[in-house]
Design a protein around this ligand. Structure first.
Ligand code: HAM
Length: 428
């Protein structure tokens, strides 16, 4: 137990300790291989950006911008924000570096921490990690399907089963205003049945009422007119195509006519991926959609785009809940290098480098001077061979090799030790 006066991590954030960080590395590795195959370039945008990028990009009235963003003023007077998500930063980078002059689409992906001031609970942190994919410069429906396929492939590689997509189309600037009018009039008639938050949402953006999890609002929402019934021909065709691609890929999906997502940049397809039969089944593993108007807002350039991100902590919590083991058993060192005296320590440091270069795992305990302790250590680690280097051996450019299995000991030339060990390990 830490004492009262010791510093602790702030609420909602945690240290990633070595055993846990192994998960992050594995998730990164699997994502990287899939991203490489599908032609995604890896990008890292800064952890903080001008606050205005998110305010304009995600929408002033969104919950994320209004309540969850970490905003601070620098000593120089700039208003900055810790990035709450990746899409706006990547869109900014695309415009800033003139990526629209490259062959389109431009596919980018990133892995890193994001920040939201949310109420901490299982699956919800104030610093959390995302793997995020974006395809910029292509409006075709097949891109929407490819993003979903990609996430499914990663989840499959990570042995996550029983997942499904909830999907909807929220139209574009042609058809959404018309739907908003119909919805507004319906909600006005049911205003008294809405929760306090939704009464406010009704004024700011009535679409957001559709997202409310309150039971009383759900009752109103369940009878509300649906956006899919009011899509323009263009959005309708696009959505139909996305669904056809998903069927072709045999990706299980559920139409959710009330899925709107919390960010203003979305147009047409929106989706969330959930793990079924899990304690976390209410929290989405991943979310994304098309955002054909974001780059216009940020840079006056018409660039259709689609993307998605998944939450690394939520995936790890699923591993733990379902006892999913994603690691091969870690290789154990079969060789222990024991040393006696300063000259032997120096030679050992050099030898360790040679062994590492040769790809041979060697354990050591350089801080210890007693041979007995070092041999005990080798035994505890289950090493088969112990190399012993003392002052005399260094002078004679030799090293002792003890086979703990047979008990035999012999002398080797120092310059040959790496090749000799390699040979023995190969022959078992
Ligand atoms: P999002 O739905 O806000 O979308 O976040 C994506 C995923 O990040 C969520 O499904 C969840 O797994 C994880 N996540 C979000 N907030 C937290 C939190 N507080 N703690 C733990 N995990 C969390 C976006 O961020 C969009 N930028 C996705 C996108 C990319 N859309 C288009 N391109």
């Amino acid at each position: 137990m830490a004492s009262k006066n010791m510093f602790q991590t702030p609420s909602g954030v945690k240290d990633l300790l070595p055993f846990e960080y192994d998960y992050y590395r594995k998730i990164y590795e699997v994502s990287r291989l899939v991203a490489d195959f599908y032609g995604f370039g890896e990008i890292q945008t800064p952890i903080f950006e001008p606050a205005d990028l998110f305010i304009r990009g995600l929408g002033q009235a969104t919950e994320l911008v209004e309540k969850q963003m970490y905003v601070f003023r620098t000593k120089g007077g700039d208003l900055l924000a810790l990035r709450p998500e990746a899409t706006a930063g990547i869109a900014r980078a695309y415009l800033q570096h003139g990526f629209q002059t490259l062959p389109q689409p431009v596919k980018l992906w990133t892995f890193g921490p994001f920040y939201r001031y949310e109420r901490p609970q299982a699956g919800r942190y104030r610093q959390f990690w995302q793997v995020d994919f974006e395809i910029l410069g292509d409006g075709s429906a097949v891109m929407d399907a490819q993003i979903i396929q990609l996430l499914f492939e990663i989840f499959e590689e990570l042995k996550i089963k029983d997942i499904s997509v909830e999907i909807n189309s929220i139209g574009d600037s042609q058809c959404r205003p018309y739907y908003k009018k119909i919805l507004t009039s319906y909600l006005r008639q049911n205003f008294s049945a809405l929760c306090q938050d939704c009464r406010r949402r009704f004024k700011e953006n009535p679409l957001r009422v559709l997202d409310c999890k309150e039971e009383k609002c759900q009752r109103v929402v369940n009878l509300a007119p649906q956006l899919v019934d009011h899509l323009c021909e263009f959005c309708k065709t696009h959505f139909k195509e996305v669904l056809e691609f998903l069927e072709g890929l045999q990706i299980p999906y559920k139409l959710n006519p009330y899925l709107v997502r919390g960010l203003d940049y979305y147009t047409k397809t929106v989706f969330e991926i959930f793990a079924k039969n899990s304690k976390l089944s209410k929290n989405a593993l991943a979310g994304g959609g098309r955002y054909d108007s974001l780059l216009k807002i940020l840079g006056k350039k018409d660039v259709p785009a689609v993307g998605a991100a998944f939450g690394v902590e939520r995936v790890i919590e699923l591993f733990e809940e379902n006892k999913i083991s994603i690691f091969k058993t870690k290789k154990k060192p079969e060789v222990f290098l024991a040393q006696l005296g300063k000259a032997a320590k120096i030679k050992s440091l050099i030898l360790l480098k040679d062994f590492r270069k040769a790809g041979i795992l060697v354990a050591e305990n350089l801080g210890k001077d007693s041979l007995r302790t070092q041999l005990k250590n080798a035994d505890r680690l289950g090493c088969r061979y112990v190399l012993i280097l003392g002052q005399q051996e260094v002078l004679e450019q030799k090293i002792l090799l003890r086979d703990l299995r047979s008990g035999k000991q012999e002398e080797l030339k120092l310059e040959k030790v790496v090749t000799e060990i390699k040979k023995r390990l190969k022959n078992g």
